[in-house]
Design a protein around this ligand. Structure first.
Ligand code: ZN
Length: 585
């Protein structure tokens, strides 16, 4: 892991205001010396995400996420430590320190970015060569040369190793190319290209790096698409195609299903079009989009597969609190086809008349039902009520209830009664879901460190936990206490490895007379550990910070540790046995 000097981190800290930084992602409300908003790391309805100006930190009382500016960027932008620091440094115009040559991963990532850029150039040059089959394909599909250039499209030639040989000639090693997922080992052991005879779509991240490629066949061969697998610079299920271009054109984005749709849309002037990367849309992708969009319009295919995908994607966005609409694509299968057949003005009309997601769902509920018959009416009403029960906004719900009443000629009160019941059912279901979600959050994303803490929390008495938290909180607040306590603290009395580690890192910094600001710890702690440390820091507001309190904590810790370990006094070591007496004095 790259490390940065305290001097550099201090400079970074002085130029960044945590409140301002967080504000560009979270709607914060000032409340005296703190500000609060809805946590971007878990789904909630009442704000428990708190930003502290004095310590330049944040902490969520809902999910336990916490840290300083670097950890915040690591989490919210999905960046690693080095990239998060670079992200912030760029933001405030701070020059990065000289690159560390010894950091293997950093060097590899840099090489992969370079290899990808060279590969994109190579693919493009092949595409614009005379008689390129992919070029003909694009022109036939109505893509203009300017658009090809804008998206950096390319062609992977019909050859086993044209790209591999080309990149080797530029000084890249086979292992770098394999790490980049540009090359792979063949069965005979030679290094060959991953992409052959394919139309190439480069995936470009928000910082302008080529991070991956999608490769499409020109005919009907299978698989239709090959995409870059996970590499040190790319995680599947995270990237968004064309977000780098779209984000400059407004906060109302149009989500398409395929790369070709996006390209056709941009060419027709709809420059806020984006797409996932061919696989099912993920929550991580929705969260990424949510940062750049207040509203997302789904322009999915009008066939059944497309409608089902739209439904799934809608619910993902709803859980991220993003307003969504679904385009009613009439006259063609997908945006590409519609633009080609009827022109961009027609497409604009479709976009202007976008169905709200509720209308879309109601239309779906109505599908295949003859609402002229009494049975049909009941069947439709039943489904429609379930749909309306998912509408959170009471006014919107009322509007649709009125419409539904007119359409079915059933009294509005009767429909309202049914919705109320469905709402009750839904609430119960939601409670279970949010409980499960919170658990998943703890178990999944919040990896080993927090898990360890959880296990620790189960095994260790509250009394012990409070004592060690208070002790560390006091040290953070008043490092001078350390000198007087140092000899009395038994490192093994801490209840878990993380807490032990935090204590060691803190005490080392105190011994070296280094500052204890959160930002300096980001060098060594992962986001989960940062969250724990931040919790201690919050606690330091409530501790008395006296030597007496600390001594008391140390005593409690050792008593509790002993209690925990004592099953049978004969199992105690001599030393432990002695301590048992010592404590009782
Ligand atoms: Zn949270």
């Amino acid at each position: 892991m790259a490390r940065f000097s305290d001097d550099f981190l201090s400079e970074l800290r002085s130029r960044i205001d945590i409140e301002e930084l967080v504000s560009s992602y979270v709607n914060l409300k000032k409340k005296g010396r703190i500000s609060q908003g809805l946590c971007p790391f878990h789904t909630e309805k009442t704000p428990s995400f708190t930003v502290y100006n004095d310590t330049q930190s944040y902490y969520c009382f809902g999910c336990g996420a916490g840290g300083e500016c670097i950890t915040f960027i690591r989490n919210i932008e999905n960046l690693d430590y080095y990239d998060a620091v670079q992200f912030l440094a760029e933001k405030v115009g701070l020059k990065m320190p000289i690159e560390q040559e010894d950091d293997g991963l950093y060097v590899l990532r840099k090489r992969i970015y370079e290899a990808n850029r060279e590969a994109a150039r190579f693919f493009y040059n092949n595409l614009v060569k005379p008689d390129c089959p992919a070029y003909e394909y694009l022109i036939k599909r109505g893509i203009k040369p300017n658009t090809i250039k804008r998206f950096g499209l390319g062609y992977a030639p019909d050859s086993w190793d044209a790209l591999t040989r080309h990149l080797r000639s530029l000084g890249f090693h086979d292992n770098e190319l394999i790490s980049a997922y540009l090359s792979k080992k063949s069965r005979t052991g030679s290094t060959i290209d991953v992409f052959m005879n394919r139309l190439m779509f480069p995936i470009i991240d928000l910082r302008g790096n080529v991070v991956a490629f999608g490769g499409r066949v020109l005919g009907d061969e299978k698989p239709k698409y090959i995409n870059t697998s996970d590499t040190p610079v790319f995680k599947k299920g995270r990237g968004i195609f064309a977000l780098n271009l779209a984000k400059a054109h407004g906060r109302s984005l149009i989500l398409c299903e395929g790369y070709m749709d996006v390209i056709a849309m941009h060419q027709a002037g709809f420059e806020t079009a984006i797409a996932g990367l061919g696989t099912a849309f993920t929550t991580e992708q929705a969260q990424l989009v949510a940062r750049y969009a207040d509203e997302v319009t789904l322009a999915y295919d009008s066939d059944e597969a497309g409608r089902n995908a739209a439904k799934r994607t809608l619910s993902i966005f709803q859980s991220c609190n993003v307003k969504t609409k679904v385009l009613n694509l009439t006259g063609g299968k997908d945006p590409d086809e519609i633009i080609k057949r009827f022109g961009k003005e027609y497409m604009q009309k479709i976009i202007d008349g976008s169905l709200s997601s509720t209308e879309f769902k109601l239309a779906q509920a109505r599908e295949g039902i003859n609402t002229e018959t009494a049975d049909g009416k009941v069947e439709f009403l039943r489904k429609a009520v379930d749909v309306l029960a998912t509408v959170d906004d009471a006014i919107e719900r009322d509007v649709y209830t009125t419409r539904l009443s007119i359409e079915t000629e059933v009294s509005k009160t009767a429909i309202e009664e049914q919705i109320k019941r469905a709402l009750g059912r839904r609430k119960k279901q939601q409670d279970t879901e949010s409980f499960n979600k919170a658990r998943q959050l703890l178990e999944g994303r919040v990896s080993s460190a927090r898990n360890a803490l959880k296990i620790h929390a189960q095994n260790v008495s509250i009394r012990a936990r409070q004592a060690e938290e208070t002790l560390i909180a006091s040290l953070l607040h008043n490092p001078d206490l350390y000198k007087k306590l140092e000899d009395k603290i038994n490192i093994d009395d801490f209840s878990s490895d993380i807490i032990k580690r935090l204590f060691i890192i803190i005490s080392e910094r105190i011994e070296n007379q280094q500052e204890l600001d959160l930002i300096f710890f980001a060098n060594e702690l992962n986001p989960d550990e940062m969250a724990v440390l931040t919790r201690f820091l919050q606690k330091s507001r409530t501790v008395s910070n006296t030597l007496e309190e600390c001594l008391d904590c140390i005593k409690v810790m050792s008593e509790e540790k002993l209690k925990q370990s004592v099953k049978d006094p004969t199992e105690l070591s001599n030393e432990e046995f002695m301590r048992l007496f010592y404590k009782k004095e």
